[in-house]
Structures are given as C-alpha cells and as structure tokens.
Design a protein around this ligand. Structure first.
Ligand code: BG6
Length: 592
C-alpha cells in the first residue's frame, strides 16, 4: 500500500509543493520513503528520500518550477527501504518516470527475460521491471501509450502505476490498488491519486477509475480506455462529498487521541442514516441461505463482532471469515449467500479478492466503508458509508467503533428491534462521551502500571471476546509489546501455562450471562500469581487494578473498547513511539 499523487495544470506552477501536500495526506498508506518528479523544458527532474516527507521536504526547492509532476510515498514490498528503491523510477533514457502501488507477482520471470535482452537494473524493486518492460514494448512500436498498455497486460498481481514523460504526458493504469482523478473546473487543474481525501481541498469533482482502466492525459486532456480492448471508455464525473473534511488534529496531541474521542460522533452519524437501506439489508439477511462476515485486521474483528451480534440478537447463523483465509469456503458459496464487509478504506486487497470471487458466484455483498469512491462500495449490492470523517491515524479506532455499532444496529433491525437499537446506541453515545471526559487519569495510571510489562494477556468471552482481540491489536500496533487475547473458556486448556507471578492479565467483563464464568477464569489466573486488571462495571476482590466502566447493556462491548484504545495510546505515548504512524504497518493494505 503506497500512495500515488499527480498534478497536471498546477495553477501555482510549483507542482513539487502541490504534490508534497498530496503525499502528506497519503502518508497513512506508507511512509518508508518518498519521491517527486516534475517535468519542464522537455526534461524530468526527480528527487527521492528515505523516511517521511516532512523530514526532507526542504529538498523540494531543488525542483524547477513546473505545472505537472508525479509523487509517491512508499510502503516497501519488493526491495529494501533505500533511497535507490524509492519511487518514481527513471526509464533508461530518462524519457519517462514511473511509480507503482502494488506487487508484480511475476516480476522475477519478467526481470530474467529482460536481463537476457540486456536491460540493466539499478534497484531491487519490481517497479523497475515495469519500467524496463515498457521500454521493451516501445522497441516494437514507438507509441508510449500502447507500450504501457501492452506491458501492463503482462503483469500478474494487483497493480496501479503512473507515468510522467519528459513532454509532460501522464499515463496511469489500474488493476487492484485504488486510483481516482480530481478535477478543478475553475483552475483546470487535474489530480490523480490513490484516494479522494488527498486532493479534496483542491478539487470539486472526481472520476473513479475502475480496475483494468487506463488513463491518458496529454496537454491537460483526460481520456480513459479499457486496458484489455484498448477501446476508449465513457466516464462519469461525480461531486466530491468530503470537501470540507478537516484532516488536522484539532488541538489533540495525536490523531489517535482525537479519533478515540470522536466515538460519540461516529455513533451519532450512524443514527442519522436512512433506515430504509437497513431494512432492505435486514430483509436480504433473513432471505439469505448463508450469511458471512469478512474483514482484515481491526475491520476483521469488527466483522467477527457483527457475526456475534447477528447470532445473538437476530438468530442468524452468521459465519466470520478472516479476510485472507476464505479460500476453503469458495466451493460452499452460491448465489443465495450474503457477505457483510466492514472496511475503513474499502480497498483491502485480501478482502476485495474474496468479494470479487463471491460476486462472480452471484452472492450479494453489503459493505460499510469510510472512504468515498472505494472498490468495495462499487462491488456492493448494499452500500453503507460510515461517514465517520477521515481516520488519519494508521491504527483504526473511531471507525472500528462505528463498524461494531453498525453490526449491532444491523442485527437488531434484522430482529425487528430498530427503535430499541437506536435508543441503546443513543444512550451509548452519551455514556462514551461521559466516560471519555472522566477516566483519562485512571487509564494513564494503568498505562504506567503496565509500562514495563513484556507480555500483556487479555481475557474475554461472549460479547467481549472480539473486544479483547481488538484490545490486543491496539496494544501490539501502538506499543510493539506482545499482547495475547485468550478466549476465557480456553485458558485452562493451554494459556494457563503462561500464568506466573506478576504476569498482567486484562479481563474484560460485563453484567451479562457469562459474568460468573469470567470471574472463575480470573480466580484461576490469580491463583498462579497473575496481576489482574479488571475492566468491568463492578469491582471484584480478585482485581489488582479495577478500571470501572458503565454498564451499557447490550452495547457494553462497544463501550469496552474505549478504555483499551486509550490504554494502548497512553502506553505508546510513555514509550515515545510514533503513535499515528507505527513502524512497519500501513493503514490500507491494497496489496495481497
Ligand atoms: C490494516 C490496518 O492494515 O488493515 C487496520 O492497519 C485495518 O487498521 C486493516 O483494520 C483493514 O483495513 P480496512 O481499510 O479494510 O479497514
């Protein structure tokens, strides 16, 4: 998952700076290295550096004035994090540069063939193989556009590429990773990017590029083609609906803390949505032969919690599929099945791959997505937008809250309990707002208490099991400590061997039907000297540390993730970690 950003007809005549602003807004997609290339006087000037844009952005002054350029912010897949491997990459004769988002799965075999044809490579990347492949195609006919098309057709895997030529032509191709075009009809500027948010302040309209489409922009005129047939496509121009979304921290120290505090807002956003669409989905759920939920990472946990709510409150035997591991279900899926997919970006490759397969089988798809214009929304029969506002921190918090609240709402509407669900969520939003206002000091105290722990264990059951799984993910992502979520009922079957004096165990429980089961598990770990941190409405003698949470009835699990998000934040803060851009991960994994 890298970020691609291009500007054409830049009104400031300083394409380098404009691209820098775009890359900053795309850094959630990867920040290992960055590069910008601009065109002027029939040549291309290129700079690239390891690390985040801001750290070396002064060098943009080295670029000449220009109205057209491309930029790239990298999350390394093939090739180490080095300056030479940073994108964009020059063609051998420097007549064009290329940047890529994706993975060329057959790059070794292509590279071997090109090496035999005497092409030279200066990087370890698969990206450079695409560049040489285009050069090879150019020897067959001296038309760059058709050379790009022929080369792109030879790539295996999900890839999006963008090319800038020394004459200022821009070509882009998409098959997998996202690509959208922004238009400012007034200034005649054109933006080509990995997401809408990156050019939202500068553009009013957008064109969403589909898989297997090729964009050719010469002298500021856009044409779109089908990559396979070469035929020109008509395209629709849509309004940008997130134009005024702010992407600053609004006074918070980090995006993560700001976004945790937006939990009440995102739940209220849900409550404003058209209930008709929910009733349609509920009818489809009841009619479906099998109902599956799917997602990766934190969204995967939300998918699992949605499946729990459907089973518990709607009597639907919903099955949760781990995004990347649905292959064994392919033969079981048919046109009467229904898939529910929560996703922040709507572009997670692992999940898209499954949805593309099930769609071909005729199954129906419902998605709940936070980014406009995503592939997942376009694939869906039932399209829900989280409307949670931009989630900039790589770690998902507020969108996760929205996703599980959505899962609860869908389950209750399916059970015919719409009014009750909306009432419960409205109360929950108030409870979370109060909780956020009064518990930070206590959670900071707990963060100190756990600061030197090497391993942190979490126990949960029933409605809280997915919550402790998400607490584990937050702790791992933010603190780089090993955290381990254990299904409470499974403790004595394996994890109890890890219980020894001083081991911290966070136990999340609610006033529900498994409360006493959880307490039995607590006594088992306590008997072996563990330090028990209880996150629950009531205190218990066995707790060494009690984090009181309000009883939120059926929505208790949604509230219980808030203290775990804050705990991960404060431990990371005390450790001095890069909270909004943790090491090694990216916010949207648009490659397999
Ligand atoms: C991971 C992110 O890379 O992808 C997680 O770090 C996210 O926060 C997961 O949940 C799935 O992404 P998405 O966009 O489908 O929610």
């Amino acid at each position: 998952m890298c970020g691609i950003f291009a500007v054409i007809n830049d009104k400031s005549n300083n394409a380098g700076q404009t691209i820098r602003q775009g890359l900053k807004r795309l850094e959630y997609r990867g920040y290992d290295s960055w590069g910008i290339a601009v065109q002027s006087d029939n040549k291309i000037d290129l700079i690239k550096y390891v690390g985040e844009v801001d750290k070396t952005a002064d060098n943009i002054k080295k670029l000449p004035k220009s109205i057209v350029g491309i930029g790239h912010t990298r999350w390394a897949t093939t090739g180490a994090v080095t300056k030479i491997n940073a994108h964009p990459h020059y063609s051998t004769d420097r007549s064009f540069v290329l940047a890529q988002n994706g993975i060329v799965e057959n790059y070794e075999e292509l590279k071997k063939d090109l090496t035999q044809k005497k092409y030279r490579f200066v990087t370890q990347t698969d990206t450079e193989v695409i560049t040489r492949l285009i050069e090879e195609e150019l020897t067959k006919n001296n038309d760059l556009f058709s050379a790009v098309r022929q080369a792109f057709l030879q790539l295996k895997g999900r890839n999006t590429i963008i090319i800038l030529t020394k004459t200022g032509q821009v070509i882009a191709a998409r098959n997998g990773s996202p690509l959208v075009i922004g238009l400012n009809p007034e200034s005649n500027e054109i933006f080509i990017s990995s997401d809408v948010l990156s050019f939202a302040p500068f553009a009013d309209k957008m064109i969403i590029i589909d898989n297997n489409q090729l964009v050719n922009c010469i002298n500021g005129k856009i044409k779109i083609f089908d990559i396979r047939s070469g035929q020109e496509n008509k395209y629709g121009i849509e309004n940008i609906d997130i134009k005024n979304d702010r992407v600053d921290k609004q006074g918070y120290a980090h995006f993560m803390l700001k976004e945790i505090n937006e939990a009440p807002y995102v739940i209220n956003q849900l409550l404003k949505q058209d209930i008709g669409a929910y009733n349609e989905l509920a009818a489809a759920i009841k009619k479906a032969r099998s109902v599956y939920t799917i997602g990766s990472g934190t969204a995967g946990v939300a998918a699992a919690q949605t499946a729990f709510y459907l089973r518990e409150y709607a009597g639907i035997n919903a099955i949760y599929l781990v995004g990347a591991d649905a292959r064994e279900y392919y033969e079981l899926i048919d046109k009467d099945d229904l898939f529910l997919a929560p996703s922040q970006s709507g572009e997670t490759a692992d999940v898209l791959e499954v949805l593309e397969v099930v769609k071909k089988k005729g199954a129906k798809i419902a998605s709940f997505v936070n980014m406009s214009g995503s592939m997942m929304t376009r694939l869906s029969d039932y399209k829900f937008m989280a409307q949670s506002g931009p989630e900039i921190c790589v770690l998902s918090t507020k969108v996760f809250d929205a996703q599980i609240a959505w899962g609860y709402l869908v389950a209750k509407i399916t059970a015919g309990k719409t009014r009750e669900a909306k009432e419960n969520l409205r109360n929950l939003s108030v409870q979370i707002g109060n909780y956020l206002g009064n518990n930070k000091t206590k959670i900071q105290e707990l963060a100190k208490y756990l600061l030197n722990a090497h391993d942190i264990f979490l126990l949960g059951k029933y409605q809280n099991f997915q919550i402790v799984r998400e607490g584990m993910i937050k702790l791992v992502e933010a603190t780089y400590k090993h955290a381990h979520a254990i299904p409470a009922g499974d403790l004595k079957h394996y994890a109890i061997t890890l219980m020894e004096p001083g081991v911290p165990v966070i136990v999340v429980s609610s006033n529900d039907k498994v409360k006493s089961d959880i307490l039995n598990t607590v006594y088992e770990v306590k008997a072996r000297g563990a330090r028990v941190i209880g996150i629950s409405p009531e205190f218990d003698e066995s707790f060494d540390f009690h984090l009181e949470v309000p009883d939120s009835g059926e929505t208790s699990a949604i509230l219980n993730i808030i203290p775990l998000q804050l705990l991960a934040y404060y431990i990371a803060l005390m450790l001095g970690n890069n909270i909004d851009k943790p090491r090694n991960i990216a916010k949207s994994v648009t490659v397999k």
